[in-house]
Design a protein around this ligand. Structure first.
Ligand code: ATP
Length: 334
């Protein structure tokens, strides 16, 4: 169908955009992509503040092209984000629906993680206002997309921090356990571990962390290594970095063992070029999807191309780490 005919026939005239769940660097670039694409297509845009809470409170702000000037380089999210218990209840979602109707919002772009997409899927089973999702989480753990907004920046932040920790570890012959984010997924730990030449990487996807650790320390002893860096994904079932460090202290009494938990600094900072470009592409694709009458889908990037994935699949299916990279990390740390 010719482009202008498609636009004329589109049901969508005014869209809402929100950020939900944990914040991630690059969310602002995605908001900008959404707003500018909407303006380009003659649509109106309302910013919805604080995730689903803003729908329930009718916290809407009209946005123009100038509303998103000078934000592509900023971390955080200008719309604020939140976790909203009320949206989990049918009463909460009814309030949200009524507020969207009153504000004449007839399509919504949700930038968030799998919880946000679950909320969107349920809402779209109940109500006729279409939701389209953009994967925004530093964990990179969403099925159906090679990439989530914020992951690249968080990864580079971790690499920079671990390089600094390596300097002090080498100076004192210390062993450092560095805990990184990724409660259920080891993407940040695995990639940062390879990028920093970590001696061991402990991620939830791989069993037997204890044994691997012992083997690594014994091998390191033989080689008289001047420093050891062990990257641990938070929330590992065998314990986080502190628990692992305790075990090593007991088993290898000669080691000077330290722990560094990187924490929330991994969420902040100016987004990397890759995050800015991909967030811009995804913001644009989400608005195009709404114009094309899509609903209950996430836009993703697979093999460099934009894809559409139903919320149901994105949430239900598990995205695994590349096990070749797990093997590579072991080979390269001999
Ligand atoms: P992150 O991956 O950064 O944690 P997320 O989107 O998974 O992001 P959640 O806190 O799990 O973050 O979900 C965000 C919001 O989505 C919740 O606060 C809630 O408002 C909504 N939500 C999550 N699960 C449901 C559900 N089962 N039903 C309705 N709404 C939900």
């Amino acid at each position: 169908m010719p482009y202008f005919t498609k636009l004329f026939m589109a049901k969508i005239k005014r869209i809402g955009v929100l950020t939900s769940g944990g914040d991630a660097p690059g969310m602002n670039a995605a908001i900008r992509g959404v707003v500018r694409t909407a303006v380009y297509n003659g649509l109106e845009v309302m910013g919805i503040r604080q995730g689903y809470q803003g729908m329930i409170d009718a916290s809407f702000i009209p946005m123009q092209s100038s509303s998103v000037s000078d934000i592509i380089q900023r971390g955080g999210t200008i719309l604020k984000t939140a976790r909203c218990e009320e949206f989990r209840s049918p009463e909460g979602r009814l309030k949200a629906y009524n507020n969207l109707k009153d504000a004449q919002i007839d399509g919504v772009v949700v930038i968030g993680g799998d919880g946000s997409f679950t909320g969107g899927r349920i809402f779209n089973e109940e109500y006729d206002i279409p939701f389209v999702g953009i994967p925004g989480t530093i964990d990179n753990d969403i099925y159906g997309t090679d990439y989530t907004i914020g992951y690249d920046t968080a990864l580079n932040t971790v690499v920079e921090a671990v390089d600094k920790i390596r300097d002090t570890a080498s100076a004192h012959n210390r062993m450092f356990f560095v805990e990184v984010m990724g409660a259920e997924a080891g993407f940040i730990a695995l990639y940062s571990g390879i990028a920093t030449g970590a001696e061991a990487i402990i991620i939830p996807e791989i069993e037997g962390a204890d044994q691997d650790l012992k083997t690594m320390i014994e091998a390191g002893n033989t080689r008289k290594k001047s420093s050891n860096i062990i990257i641990v994904a938070e929330g590992h079932k065998e314990g986080g970095a502190f628990a692992m460090a305790e075990k090593v202290k007991n088993d290898f009494k000669d080691y000077d063992v330290r722990v560094s938990v990187l924490g929330h600094l991994q969420r902040g900072g100016s987004p990397s070029a890759i995050d800015r470009v991909n967030a811009s592409r995804l913001g644009h694709a989400a608005v195009e999807a709404l114009i094309d009458d899509q609903k209950s889908v996430m836009v993703g990037i697979m093999n460099g191309e934009i894809t559409l994935v139903p919320f149901r699949r994105a949430v239900k299916l598990h995205k695994d780490v590349n096990h070749d990279l797990v093997d590579l990390a072991k080979i390269l740390s001999v």
